[in-house]
Design a binder for this molecule. Structure first.
Ligand SMILES: *Cc1c(COP(=O)(O)O)cnc(C)c1O
Length: 440
């Protein structure tokens, strides 16, 4: 593509974009089970209007746009209250990954302030976390120079806390648990992890990026949800995404700390810039106003009642999917998902071939590994699709009975990549893939 000398008329531009959009995933019909968290058009209109009003506003300056500062402060106050953090403070970020990056960086700098020799003798501060924790934690370790111990989960897809304890060494700074993890929707034994952290004088981050805006409302609605938030004295920080089950505009998440003293280690300041005294709370410099305003609008518009309705409706739909999958011979759900995010596998057929065959029928089910499984991320938008999905799933499962593993297609490729012991080669494969995305 050459950068044209002259501009293009808007009608022509939008025609071209409309054409391109036709190839994108169609999430509206409830056949895509990831990426988009849609509630309804009424909320969408509120989000769009709030986003548009603050489209040009920049949260980089706390003085130029006091409106944004107010929105961010109030969003964080509402979230702190939701998570029972009486002294909790935090920041809004652009997403779960940035929230996790910030929590890990904060843990590093807080611990370094206490123990300046953590990086001495070429060694690194150390984090202990479940294998089901989000890759953002691996990214954080990569970016911030930390060592990690990834601890296996049990048959219930919750981390083994005794194995976490055994992995702690003199450089350990942080224990992590997910409430809940994304692949299976299961919750780690947060109470035990937090107690262990407290006993050993460590920080404890709870990643509630997925569950943060479901679990409190499902608990309120009477579901048995173990405690996972600031009610547990050992929990020192929590991440929760507004742009997932917070149903807000993409580009909005929160990270909260038990108190101000901890959060201070998240901030960055640089006093010598000719452009002025520079301070920045999170990874980004300029901060888009739209997602901050839209998040505030979503929380105010929905209220606790709106979130409770959405969470119970999505969970009721997930229960229907789960019951139908469990009633299908050859299929089983992994663990006990506490939020509307579940995985299933098979002991008799190749589950990755089930994903391929469902794809042929227009269903975008995510392929997972370790173990190979299929993933469904469920929102209120999927309520009308349960029967049609299950009908296709049963047909596909039946047609695969007695067949072996795939020797071609996506299932064969994912199966091979999941199982190959040379993880370095798989790492390179992923980098080659990213590198090739812009190749013409
Ligand atoms: C989605 C998710 C993240 C990362 O969030 P992004 O917004 O995709 O960066 C982190 N942790 C969990 C548990 C998640 O589900």
């Amino acid at each position: 593509m050459k950068f044209a000398q002259t501009g293009t008329a808007p009608e022509q531009l939008f025609q071209e974009m409309t054409e391109l959009q036709k190839n994108d995933a169609n999430w509206r019909d409830g056949k895509l089970f990831s990426l988009v968290y849609y509630m309804d058009d009424k909320l969408r209109d509120v989000l769009l209007r709030a986003h548009e009003m603050f489209f040009y506003a920049n949260g980089l300056s706390p003085t130029a746009f006091p409106s944004l500062r107010r929105f961010e402060t109030e969003v964080l106050q509402m979230v702190a209250e939701l998570f029972h953090g009486e002294t909790a403070v935090g920041s809004m970020t652009t997403g779960g990954s940035e929230s996790v990056l910030m929590a890990v960086k904060t843990a590093r700098d807080f611990s370094l302030a206490k123990n300046p020799t953590l990086f001495a003798d070429g060694r690194r501060p150390h984090v202990v976390l479940p294998t089901t924790a989000h890759p953002a934690f691996a990214k954080a370790a990569d970016y911030f120079g930390l060592e990690q111990s990834w601890i296996e989960v049990g048959a219930d897809f919750r981390v083994n806390v005794a194995a976490m304890e055994a992995a702690i060494n003199e450089r350990t700074i942080l224990l992590v648990g997910s409430a809940t993890n994304y692949p299976h929707g299961t919750m780690d034994p947060i109470e035990d992890i937090a107690a262990l952290a407290q006993r050993r004088g460590l920080l404890c981050h709870v990643d509630a990026c997925l569950g943060g805006f479901c679990l409190p409302f499902l608990e309120k609605a009477g579901r048995p949800i173990p405690k996972w938030d600031f009610r547990l004295p050992g929990v020192t920080s929590i991440s929760a995404d507004l742009h997932k089950y917070g149903y807000s505009a993409r580009g909005a998440s929160t990270v909260l700390y038990r108190d101000r003293a901890l959060r201070r280690h998240q901030f960055f300041s640089y006093p010598n810039y000719p452009g002025g005294l520079y301070g920045s709370p999170t990874m980004t410099g300029s901060r888009a106003g739209g997602p901050i305003a839209a998040a505030w609008a979503a929380m105010k518009y929905l209220g606790r009642d709106g979130y409770e309705r959405a969470a119970t409706q999505a969970m009721a739909t997930a229960d229907r999917f789960r019951a139908a999958i469990e009633a299908t011979p050859g299929l089983r759900v992994l663990g006990d998902p506490l939020v509307p995010s579940l995985s299933f596998t098979s002991d008799s057929i190749d589950i990755l071939q089930v994903c391929d065959a469902m794809h042929e029928r227009g269903w975008e089910v995510q392929r997972q590994q370790r173990p190979p499984s299929a993933h469904l991320l469920i929102t209120p938008n999927h309520a009308g699709q349960v029967e049609a999905f299950v009908q296709d799933l049963r047909a596909v499962t039946k047609s695969l009975e007695g067949t072996g593993p795939a020797d071609s297609g996506a299932a064969a490729m994912y199966g091979m990549l999941g199982a190959t012991p040379d993880r370095g080669a798989v790492k390179d494969f992923i980098l080659d893939f990213l590198d090739g995305l812009d190749a013409v």
